[in-house]
Design a protein around this ligand. Structure first.
Ligand code: SF4
Length: 290
């Protein structure tokens, strides 16, 4: 029985795909973007998230909790994780839970009457393709019952095109147009990403290319000219671009996961995003805002 590690689920209207959608965020990511809004999603087997004001030493039989602080060096060799498996509490939790595809399908069927305005199910992350086999099984089950599907992916999985027939809306996040700069900052180059993007633009019926504008990384006027130039070379018929402004909503969760949030840049002013959108449109590229 195929199982998926799920971080959270929620409802979005007009975001993460068309219409009113049930969005599942899946555990695990192969990138380490310093601005990540869901840092708890990165560790493949889940992250321990703490609330210091509720942290109790009694829930750890290995002495990893002292003075409302967690010694994660002890946790790294702990397989039982009694603090979450045996003594569930408000001070510490694992970022994900496991669910069989059949269990998720039961949930989808029960919620289906809410998929209005062209809605359906979106699988986001983390990076959903890290759980490729189970992801494929869920997408197959959704399509077999006529549910509209969307995924949000970083495009790094070499077999992503195999999933195209099962995906109604493919949202692909492009971090950078330059392979070396992508590799240096997010830990993964973009050769496969660009190959998947080219195939998607040529073969898929609805592709939303998302670019999050990160000051100091990919959002200078020169960067924008490169992005526009790259996207201009792709088939445009089923392709749309969405520009997203950097935000630091994930900062608190970085701290809860025991990681340092090292982004110290001001959010890009909205007028610049609007001007950049204008440049894409001037090049004949469809721009959307969701
Ligand atoms: S993961 Fe293990 S060592 Fe860490 S707090 Fe939980 S029980 Fe203790």
């Amino acid at each position: 029985m195929k199982k998926l590690k799920v971080i959270q689920k929620g409802w979005h209207l007009g975001q993460d795909g068309p219409g009113h959608r049930l969005v599942y965020h899946l555990q695990g990511c192969n990138l380490v973007c310093p601005w990540c809004a869901n840092p708890e999603a990165v560790a493949v087997n889940g992250a321990l998230m703490i609330r210091r004001d509720r942290l109790l030493s009694e829930v750890c039989p290995h002495g990893a909790i002292h003075d409302q602080a967690l010694d994660r060096s002890v946790c790294s060799s702990c397989e039982a994780r009694e603090c979450v498996t045996r003594y569930p509490n408000e001070g510490i939790r694992l970022s994900c839970t496991e669910h069989a595809v059949s269990e998720l399908m039961d949930e989808v069927r029960a919620a289906r009457h809410l998929f209005h305005s062209g809605g359906g199910v979106t699988l986001s992350g983390g990076e959903p393709t890290l759980q490729f086999a189970a992801l494929g099984a869920l997408l197959e089950a959704l399509k077999a019952e006529g549910v509209d599907t969307a995924i949000e992916t970083n495009g790094t999985h070499p077999d992503l095109p195999r999933l195209f027939p099962l995906i109604d809306t493919l949202m692909l996040d492009l971090k950078h147009y330059d392979d070396a700069k992508a590799r240096a900052t997010v830990g993964h180059g973009n050769t496969t990403v660009l190959a998947n993007l080219a195939r998607a633009a040529a073969e898929h019926g609805r592709v939303w290319l998302r670019i999050t504008l990160i000051p100091g990384f990919n959002s200078s006027p020169a960067d924008l000219a490169q992005f526009v130039s790259l996207v201009s070379t792709l088939p445009q018929q089923h392709l749309s671009v969405e520009l997203l402004a950097y935000h630091e909503y994930g900062r608190v969760k970085w701290e809860q996961c025991g990681m340092n949030y090292n982004m110290n840049v001001a959010a890009m002013p909205t007028p610049n995003v609007v001007e950049y959108e204008r440049q894409f449109r001037a090049a004949g590229i469809n721009v959307i805002n969701t």
